[in-house]
Design a protein around this ligand. Structure first.
Ligand code: PBG
Length: 331
């Protein structure tokens, strides 16, 4: 086939110099696109490296406040919190999730004291609090019961909002929980507390290192396929997003990230709402392992993946590389 437009059209012309590439760039990544997930643990002045996530640690509440200041100084607008609940506080029904003085709530208050302008996003699900590692209440067969779980998640969300959470992020995939949480927040006067729904969350093999970080991997019985989505399905993700938006979600999330960019793009095209992606623990670990093995340049891999999220239509990305990426962008 001949190209009749050649040589009048040479697409390499605009690529030939750095200044021109900068002018025609269709997307940009900035620290303002990042949400930094952080793990919390008991104690004082504790930094506990997570073996499965090289470069990621669990921090005690006092040290988490330092991370919040660091995020603020780097221009990262929001941090996401995940507790490693002490094992003696985990139970069949995860009731520690409802304790207004649990690790999560103490961390929220410490961050709000240290850096009041930074957004705090808190995960709503029972898995860091249950003895069986599931996100909800299980029956004898191990099935996660929807409606009982949803009622507990409402109370968990209220406890977090009362502690000062800005964004409630239900990651449990129960049906109907976004609407239930929204009406409870309204009733209790938390009208400006947002909901970022983990709307399309897949039952993924990429969550392994996270489960180590919150101490639930060894506890988890079975898998999460009766509530998280089947990686085979795309249409169903659109139905999940439609429902969460109808129930009052302010923004939606697709998770994991890179393997599901097709879902991000379809959600963005269909709904035109803020869409976030979670570049999850296994994705982070893959980049770190590739860099350690000499298979790629760490910084370049990090920045290219973030750009891919923006190009796919993301408003922002939850990534364990957030502080590192923000530092790279600061030059
Ligand atoms: C828990 C939750 C998980 C993640 C975020 N919230 C794990 C799971 O569903 O088992 C995964 C995050 C990551 O892998 O980085 N509801």
């Amino acid at each position: 086939m001949t190209n009749a437009a050649f040589p009048a059209l040479r697409l390499r012309r605009t690529r030939s110099t750095a200044w021109s590439r900068a002018l025609v760039a269709e997307n940009r990544v900035s620290p303002a696109d990042l949400i930094w997930p952080l793990f919390i643990t008991e104690g004082r002045a504790v930094e506990e490296p997570v073996a499965a996530l090289p470069g990621v640690s669990r921090w005690s509440v006092d040290r988490i406040a330092d991370r919040a200041r660091e995020a603020r100084d780097l221009g990262i607008p929001c941090i996401a919190l995940f507790p490693n609940t002490p094992h003696d506080k985990r139970s069949q029904d995860g009731r520690e999730a409802l304790n207004p003085d649990n690790l999560m709530c103490r961390a929220i208050r410490a961050i709000k004291d240290a850096a009041p302008d930074i957004g705090v996003l808190t995960d709503v699900a029972l898995d860091p609090y249950t003895a069986h590692g599931h996100d909800g209440i299980v029956d004898e067969s191990g099935y996660v019961l929807n409606d009982i779980t949803s009622a507990l998640l409402v109370d968990q969300a209220l406890v977090q909002a009362a502690a000062g959470s800005d964004v409630i992020a239900p990651s449990d995939m129960m049906d109907g929980r976004v609407g239930a949480i929204r009406s409870a927040l309204e009733r209790e006067g938390h009208v400006n507390v947002q909901i970022m729904a983990y709307a399309a969350k897949y039952a993924s093999a990429f969550y392994g290192p996270f489960r180590d970080a919150v101490g639930s991997r060894g506890l988890l019985k079975g898998d999460k396929k009766n509530y998280q989505m089947d990686p085979a399905n795309g249409e169903e993700a659109l139905r999940e997003v439609a429902l969460d938006l109808a129930e009052g979600a302010d923004s939606v999330m697709v998770k994991p990230g890179l393997p599901y960019l097709d879902i991000v793009r379809r959600v963005k095209d269909r709904f035109e709402v803020p869409v976030f992606a979670y570049q999850v623990s296994g994705e982070y670990a893959m980049i770190e392992a590739a860099a350690a093995a000499g298979a790629g340049d760490r910084d370049a891999l990090v920045m290219e993946t973030l750009m891919a999220f923006k190009r796919a239509g993301c408003s922002g990305v939850l990534t364990y590389h957030a502080a590192h990426a923000a530092r790279l962008m600061a030059g």
